[in-house]
Design a protein around this ligand. Sequence first.
Ligand SMILES: Cc1ncc(C[n+]2csc(CCOP(=O)(O)OP(=O)(O)O)c2C)c(N)n1
Ligand SMILES: [Mg+2]
Length: 345
Amino acid sequence: MVLPCAGPMTSHASEPVAPGDDNAHFGSKEDNLRWYREMLRIRRFEESAAQAYTRGKISGFLHLYIGQEAIAVATKELLQPHDQVVAAYRTHGFAIAFGSAPGACMAELYGKATGLVGGIGGSMHFFDRKHQLWGGYAIVGNHVPVAAGHAFAAKYRGESGVTLCFLGDGAVAIGPTHEGWTLAGLWKLPIVYVVENNLYSMGTPLSRSIPVEDITLKAAGYNMARERFQVTSVAETKARLGEAMRLAREESRPVLVELITYRFRGHSMSDPGKYRDKDEVEAWRRSDPMERTMQALRRLHGISEEELEAIDEEVIAEMDEAVRFAEESPAPAPEARFHNILAES
Ligand SMILES: Cc1ncc(C[n+]2csc(CCOP(=O)(O)OP(=O)(O)O)c2C)c(N)n1
Ligand SMILES: [Mg+2]
């Protein structure tokens, strides 16, 4: 339930939810099959990217979304045509879920001309207007006021679109976030700020970067409504994030949503993640939304191992094809680095 900013606190949830038979949080067979496939597409894309990185095919940074896929998949299902999504740099999952071609995404990572932004942006600067993804920002927190600008434009023009701005827990305490949230509250913008709280910013745990555990306590200071929960299924994420979006869309109320989630890999490919122990990672694996959806398909819907394997094979083939496309694509022309810097008439 989305709470008004002065409402009672939702519970803390820094421990993973144990897998149970909470069937209420799963959808129909068709829903679960679709969600499972979409989460798997993101995961297999990321694994292919990681392999390409270790083969030296991708340079620069590479931040993987493995563990957080349910968020992008739920978001895709909630987007209406005029909505816009602005995100940080862990954005491959959004592009794949929203409908960007995996080949163009992989080619962007490879720095090829056929990439999403012509191979000039790389992992941190995915951008696909057609599929409602307005970046891809590398500078922590700096996209928060940019997103307020998107929401202001929609309100000023009288359009129905909602802006969704995703940021990490590490962006909460940074200056531009305060500026963006202030504008959102002041101008009652139709925006939902979604903090993907994966408990770490690089190797720094949340307890060392933010003085309160419940980030949504901050909503009151910006006159935003608030919502907070752990992401364990697409169904629940869709329902609760959807309610936040409804409030922003219908009442022009900014909302601060905190999604407690977990990344199974290090911060980026160069991070072995030694600051957390195996038991912690294992505990979170047991509440992995993709794994739980797979179990629900077996348990609730009688999907066989063969059917699950067939889905995986199709998805792996799709991502192999994306890698082949990236490998065979040409590099951008040297002058391409000067394109799209100034608006061209
Ligand atoms: C202004 C700024 N300071 C520092 C960095 C270096 N940096 C890159 S990612 C990161 C951690 C951000 O963590 P979080 O917001 O929690 O996102 P996550 O990586 O967990 O998705 C930092 C400090 C940066 N990119 N921009
Ligand atoms: Mg984080």
